[in-house]
Design a binder for this molecule. Structure first.
Ligand code: GCU
Length: 726
């Protein structure tokens, strides 16, 4: 029988800035326990590193040993006793390598050489998140008998279970076993949630009346198991959760689960969490999925790459509809990149196709950020066809951005398509959502449209009673979500929407709002300790769990004599008590608003009640507006903050009467002196600037056009541009 042992203890680790370590030599490194990442805020090391583990292992005759890694970020080559035993390209999927032939009696030395450079051949090539680096998910030692299910089959368990519903309502499981080491007999069983075997078979399983997996309403799961026998003796088993459900997407009416319409109320999430970053574990995953369910979301976009297996398991169990995707965020012309994308897509699909929660395979995110190139559609069609060939049962999807026009071919590749839209943040105004959605639907009446991202950054330290774009206040984020979500909710043809993002996440290129290295668009902070006000907005309109929550609690100090108290609740009416007076208001769009509530100097306790539910807040009347609530932004009018600039230098670096990195690419292209400076100081920018969209500022575009651009060079270019008067 196969044994699987966690192999997380007893590793040594070292960064290798001078190039890969000698895999045959003992590594002089620090002792670490997996999961491990070398990322630290402010120390985004991208390069070579090594892990090493010494171990002894004696195999019985015929036994085979494998090292299985649930993810190594991003590229690795693995050696046993100095002998190369294989490698893996891609930081988010599982793979197993055989140790058997290189094992020796006594002590063995396993060396994993890892590299997380951006590079040009292994996705992701860039992104607004970190390629953290490390063996950051569990490692396992697997000992198998001579005949076993092939755990090297694209990192799967060696057995694939494909569930389907027949027109007569019967559930089928088509089973596909990949056996190594010789012939064997495979027998399959299906057990219900109580563990009773309800179907048996040698190739497939049929259940006349399956209990359906029905999302959050009833996430019912079965367990499919495969048993491999040789001469009547069991030599291997694999069991995986499965579920029966049907899905479809209609361009006018949206998403259907088991024939019932289900508006997908989604959020997106990255895998990192404060302190441990990507090396998160079960308690973090439980917490994240728990928060998503608490808010009442019924769908999650697990972006921008495959997430750990247990996260998909949790989504199965909690009834979340999942969008899974590969890390395809920049598509160049190389054959190697496409081959690698095919490999990562194959691994993602074959490792995850048993999960009933997974309903969409995403093949790209914003590859057209700098303009759709003529070679892109062909390459994406190859990925799309591959996804269909591996799994005809699920729709493919993709995310385009504002740089991709509505009539672009990039909107005609996948079964459904989506846009990441940021009206009211990076560009445009909040009401622009309506026209965009309607225009797209009119132009593509047969293409189901979803919104794969929308959101704004906020630092919960900042507050305003007149919130506006770019002030980073908690109140602007709340106003934005309260305003824009209804545009999507009211249109049946929008099959789903995904808030960007459920949690603040690490982005080494970001410096916004006085919090470094974070994208702050989360509804919950990176440490998961603070639910921002917007979280309660969605809870009020999505969750069935009765609650009442006074908004703006962190905006405690008030300089005016009255205030509008905003209360989020999913109850029809809310009563507010303050200073001995009582008011009652109906809720609309999850909000009850109480205008003109008087405040006395000092502390004022305000209580909101709906039935038995109550919430309390204290607002303190002060003489002067609280200065610390205001984010001092010296670049007025800009919708996006810089990616490297110290706040104090801003006024000097971005004068109104001279050119700077804050000019759009179009403005710079139109100014010969500016282009001369660019060609001289950062010639690498010149070509992509001329071939991509011209509406972004160069400051916003540099991380995408030239991700490794040294900060000094960018600053030098900015100073040179400053010498050119407008
Ligand atoms: C993009 C992108 C995300 C990014 C987001 C943002 O559209 O897909 O990865 O984090 O926008 O700017 O916050």
């Amino acid at each position: 029988m196969k044994t699987i042992t966690l192999w997380n203890e007893g590793w040594r680790f070292a960064k290798c800035p001078d190039g890969p370590a000698d895999p045959a030599a003992v590594l002089a490194g620090e002792a670490v326990t997996l999961p491990h990442t070398w990322y630290a805020d402010g120390d985004y090391y991208q390069g070579d590193a090594a892990y090493q583990k010494s171990f002894s292992l004696t195999l019985a005759p015929g036994q085979r040993a494998f090292a299985r890694f649930n993810a190594v970020d991003k590229v690795c080559e693995i050696y046993l006793n100095g002998k190369h035993i294989g490698g893996h390209k891609g930081g988010y999927t599982r793979f197993a390598l055989e140790l058997t032939d290189a094992l020796r009696p006594g002590e063995n030395l396993l060396t994993v050489l890892v590299n997380n450079d951006a590079g040009e051949t292994v996705s992701p090539l860039m992104g607004d998140f970190a390629s953290f680096g490390g063996i950051y998910r569990d490692a396992e030692l697997v000992i198998a008998g001579p005949v076993h299910f092939d755990l090297q089959y694209h990192g799967s368990e060696g057995v694939l279970f494909r569930t389907a519903l027949r027109p007569d309502g019967a559930g089928t499981v088509t089973c596909e076993a990949h056996i190594c080491g010789g012939p064997g007999q495979v027998h399959y069983t299906l057990a219900d949630a109580e563990g009773h075997v309800v179907a048996r078979g040698d190739e497939s399983l049929t259940l006349a009346k399956p209990h359906l997996w029905n999302g959050e309403a009833d996430p019912y799961l079965y367990t499919a198991a495969a048993t491999l026998t040789v001469d009547g003796e069991t030599v291997d088993t694999v069991s995986l959760p499965v579920g029966f459900r049907s899905i479809s997407v209609d361009p006018d009416r949206g998403f259907f689960l088991n024939g019932q319409h289900l508006k997908l109320r989604g959020v997106a999430k990255h895998q990192d969490t404060a302190g441990v970053f990507c090396a998160a574990g079960p308690k973090h995953w439980e917490q994240d999925i728990g928060l998503i369910r608490e808010m009442g979301a019924n769908a999650v976009r697990l972006s921008h790459y495959p997430h750990p297996q247990p996260v998909y398991d949790l989504c199965d169990e909690r009834g979340l509809v999942v969008w899974a995707e590969i890390p395809m965020l920049k598509l160049n012309e190389t054959r190697e990149l496409l081959d690698n994308a095919k490999q990562q897509l194959t691994e993602m699909i074959l490792q995850n196709l048993h999960h009933p929660s997974v309903c969409f395979w995403g093949i790209q995110n914003e590859v057209g950020l700098m303009g759709a190139k003529p070679y892109m559609p062909g390459k994406l069609r190859i990925l799309n066809d591959l996804a269909h060939a591996l799994d005809p049962s699920r729709p493919t999807t993709s995310s385009n951005c504002s740089a991709v026009p509505i009539d672009s071919d990039l909107n005609r590749i996948t079964d459904v398509t989506c846009y990441n839209i940021y009206y009211g943040w990076y560009y445009g105004d909040m009401p622009d959502h309506a026209a965009f959605l309607d225009d797209f639907h009119a132009a593509h009446p047969a293409m189901p449209l979803g919104i794969s991202e929308y959101g704004v950054d906020t630092n919960t330290a900042y507050h305003s009673d007149a919130p506006k774009v770019n002030d980073y206040t908690e109140e602007y984020q709340a106003l934005y979500h309260e305003t824009v979500y209804p545009y999507m909710a009211q249109r049946d043809f929008v099959w789903g929407s995904f808030v960007w993002n459920m949690f603040d996440f690490v982005s080494p290129i970001r410096r916004a709002a006085n919090i470094q290295f974070r994208n702050l668009k989360g509804l919950v902070t990176h440490d998961r300790l603070t639910r921002k006000d917007s979280f309660y907005y969605y809870k009020a309109i999505w969750s069935q769990e009765p609650f009442v929550q006074i908004a703006e609690k962190r905006f405690e100090k008030r300089a005016a004599g009255t205030m509008t108290v905003k209360v989020y609740s999913n109850q029809p009416r809310v009563t507010l008590t303050a200073g001995g007076r009582t008011w009652t208001e109906n809720t609309a769009n999850g909000i009850a608003r109480f205008a003109g509530v008087p405040l006395d100097m000092g502390d004022n306790t305000v209580t909101a009640a709906a039935g038995d539910l109550t919430d309390k807040a204290v607002f303190t009347r002060v003489d002067q507006p609280e200065e610390s609530y205001v984010y001092v932004d010296n670049g007025p009018g800009l919708h996006v903050r810089d990616w490297f600039v110290d706040a104090d230098e801003e006024a000097r670096m971005f004068p109104n009467d001279a050119y700077s990195l804050r000019n759009t690419i179009g403005e710079l292209l139109a100014c010969p002196a500016a282009m001369k400076a660019i060609d001289t100081i950062i010639p690498k920018l010149s070509k992509p600037m001329r071939t991509g969209p011209d509406t972004y500022t160069l400051e916003k575009a540099i991380p995408y056009l030239y991700p490794d651009c040294p900060e000094e060079l960018a600053k030098a270019l900015n100073s040179e541009l400053n010498k050119i008067p407008k």
